[in-house]
Design a protein around this ligand. Structure first.
Ligand code: C2E
Ligand code: CA
Ligand code: CA
Ligand code: CA
Length: 280
């Protein structure tokens, strides 16, 4: 059996083999990463376009790998999902987000919100773990409004009852919900009236091609008008130039997020930015 196991790998091309080995090693390292405190939460401001105010930030996880340096979530989140480690990592993200949201509400802005990402797998898991979250918020006397949960469209399409139950559970606790990467995957919009969502995040692939009269401009404008009619606020992702910001603001987009304002940064740096921003 051992020999057969070894033979299996001869089906792979050398590059695939290297990639598979790399994933196995990373997954292995991932198992110890929480305990070794190798994760760090970065924050990127979400800017209110009309006023320039910063009352929200997206929490984005980073893995400070002892040998490889910073590993992108694009690389390790899929491994965390495949191995089930995403549940514990997600709990860590939640607790860190709560810690910072609480501080920034107390010391910078009473309405401050931290927006955190949830993989479909995390979102759909059994309700028990979520109850732990809600109890944690209660124990801290922190209102659910301190948090936004970002999910992707796909979840709402296969609309299992687990998903609706979870959405109602969040809503009851006051936690808001954002639809991430909006406009990328699906053409059906009927779920927008079925579920109570608070924010649409226009995907970066629209923002990066914005120009007057362009088709991406027309699409962005249509998304914004539709969202407002449905009582949703719009956040444009990937704003990199003043021109993009101005076009979005003119189209009535509520919030912008992107390198033009700031890249994601460690909590201490974001804390300093927030305190400057809060100055009269
Ligand atoms: P996302 O949720 O769509 O996050 C936005 C990504 O765009 C972030 O990449 C951010 O750094 C990047 N970005 C922001 N502004 C700009 C810009 O102006 N230009 C460009 N080119 N990029 C910009 P990041 O931090 O590498 O995260 C990648 C993805 O990993 C996220 O995409 C999200 O799906 C996932 N992710 C990150 N943190 C978490 C987490 O805590 N939990 C889970 N489940 N997924 C996470
Ligand atoms: Ca996101
Ligand atoms: Ca996104
Ligand atoms: Ca709503």
């Amino acid at each position: 059996a051992k020999g057969a196991g070894r033979n299996r790998y001869s089906y792979f091309t050398p590059t695939l083999q290297v990639a598979a080995l790399n994933r196995m090693r990373l997954t292995n390292d991932l198992r110890g990463a929480l305990k070794a405190r190798q994760f760090e939460l970065y924050f990127q401001p979400i800017v209110h376009l009309a006023s320039g105010a910063i009352h929200k930030a997206e929490a984005l996880i980073r893995w400070n790998h002892p040998q490889r340096g910073v590993v992108s979530p694009l690389e390790f989140i899929p491994l965390a999902e495949a191995s089930g480690l995403i549940i514990d990592i997600g709990d860590w993200v939640f607790h860190e987000s709560v810690r910072w949201a609480r501080l920034w509400r107390q010391e910078c802005h009473p309405d401050f919100q931290v927006s955190l990402n949830q993989s479909p797998l995390e979102f759909q898991r059994e309700g028990g773990a979520y109850q732990g979250w809600l109890r944690h918020l209660e124990a801290l006397a922190l209102p659910g409004q301190a948090l936004v949960v970002e999910i992707t469209e796909g979840l709402l399409l296969d609309a299992s009852s687990a998903v609706s139950t979870r959405l109602l559970q969040l809503r009851d606790a006051g936690i808001q919900v954002a639809l991430d990467d909006f406009g990328t995957g699906y053409s059906s919009l009927s779920y927008l009236k079925k579920f109570d969502i608070d924010y649409l995040k226009i995907d970066r692939s629209f923002t990066c091609n914005l120009a007057p009269e362009s088709s991406d401009m027309a699409l962005s404008e249509a998304i914004i008008v539709m969202a407002h009619k449905l009582d949703l606020h719009v956040i444009a992702e990937g704003v990199e130039t003043p021109e993009q910001r101005d076009l979005l603001a003119a189209a009535g987009c509520d919030y912008g997020q992107g390198y033009l304002f700031a890249k994601p940064m460690p909590a201490a740096a974001f804390d300093a930015l927030l305190r400057d921003n809060a100055m009269p």
